[in-house]
Design a protein around this ligand. Sequence first.
Ligand code: C2G
Length: 129
Amino acid sequence: MRVITFGTFDVFHVGHVNILERAKLQGVHLIVGVSSDNLNLEKKTRYPIYSEDDRQHIISSLRCVDEVFLEQSLELKAEYIKKYNADILVMGDDWQGKFDHLKDLCKVIYLPRTPSVSTTEIIEVVKTK
Ligand code: C2G
């Protein structure tokens, strides 16, 4: 089974490792769409701290990850699922229900987020030190 997941993975932290390792366990091949810098500007109205090249580099170095590509638009999930032949889409449960319309293309699974860790909080803590 081929698993696909998406995310920015900025200021990489343990919550990111946890979701990627658990995504991999759903199948045998894990494909990760790393959100582009421009997509983040649209979504979070700021550029990520780490560039899209560095974020892709970090994700592709992980043992649980088999393939990485740049996610250029949130609207292209169906195209990416088809292009990469994914059987399962995994997302964190902050996206619960948001991708149910893709269920006729592949299985959609939402996994619980790791509590008490987020990039936004890390940035805030570092700012005040
Ligand atoms: N995550 C997690 N636990 C945390 C923080 C993040 O499980 N404490 C998960 C999120 O649920 C997501 C993945 O890690 O599945 C990446 O998180 P983000 O980098 O915040 O990505 P996001 O903004 O959710 O982007 O096309 C979809 C979007 O690009 C997803």
